[in-house]
Design a protein around this ligand. Structure first.
Ligand code: SAH
Ligand code: DHB
Ligand code: MG
Length: 221
């Protein structure tokens, strides 16, 4: 099976399982028009995030890495009554597109997009007393994952779920020749998750429209 087959299967699954959604399609179109990189989660992965928010009964969600808000909208749609989501984004241009998309999705009162390097905005959230969070989606620069993990645990309640995106990267995780900051960051992140006394974790490899990758999922004890 090749990547084009994975994409064809994703299309089939999405057609079978996901309702047609003009807002989400428009979000991807707005992202394209604004020149954002097409590195959002896939539609099926987005639906997984919505389900995860619902399954966990999340009311406080933290996302690190907003891009155009495609994953943000999926997460926010799964929130319980009175739920809030804070999403951290370094690039002002990405945040601006995301805010417009969030508004289009009718979620402006629910989603708070904060601009800045996450390592600068996370301490601000802590000082504000934001959280504790029920669900954290880590999806910003992969080199920062080890530090985002520490912040995610610190800002979470016991029972919270942490998800790390892109932990496989087409197998680069195990390629000895791959040692850029992103791959190193993901390796350190996974080791830290596995060694963390408060985390019980697994990872699931994925194939589909976005190629070969994977999610790490951890429960905070
Ligand atoms: N979660 C999005 C995709 C995020 S792509 C989705 O699935 O729809 C990663 C994003 O992280 C990019 O928008 C990038 O600008 C942002 N980013 C990179 N470094 C960052 C940092 N230090 N702090 C916060 N965001 C960062
Ligand atoms: C990249 C980042 C992502 O968050 C993703 O889902 C896919 C690719 C990237 O930086 O290439
Ligand atoms: Mg990602």
């Amino acid at each position: 099976m090749e990547r084009q087959d994975w994409a064809a299967v994703d299309d089939h699954l999405a057609r079978a399982l996901l309702p047609a959604d003009g807002v989400l399609e428009q979000v991807l179109e707005e992202n394209r028009a604004a020149g954002l990189p097409p590195i959002d989660v896939s539609p099926l992965q987005g639906a997984f995030l919505t389900l995860l928010a619902r399954i966990t009964g999340a009311r406080r969600v933290l996302e690190i890495g907003t891009l155009g808000g495609y994953s943000t909208i999926h997460l926010a749609r799964g929130l319980g009554d009175g739920g809030r989501l804070v999403s951290l984004e370094f690039e002002p241009r990405h945040a601006e597109v995301a805010r417009r998309n969030v508004e289009r999705a009718g979620l402006t009162g629910v989603v708070d997009v904060r601009v800045g390097a996450a390592l600068d905005t996370l301490p601000v959230l802590e000082r504000e007393g934001a959280g504790p969070f029920d669900l954290v989606f880590i999806d910003a620069d992969k080199g920062g994952y080890p530090q985002y993990l520490q912040w995610a645990v610190r800002l979470s309640r016991p029972g919270a779920v942490l998800v790390g995106d892109n932990v496989v990267r087409r197998g680069r995780l195990v390629d000895p020749a791959a040692d850029d900051p992103g791959v190193r960051g993901v390796r350190t992140f996974l080791e830290a998750v596995g060694a963390h006394p408060r985390l019980t974790a697994t990872a699931l490899q994925t194939v589909g429209a976005k190629g070969w990758d994977g999610f790490a999922i951890a429960l905070v004890d």
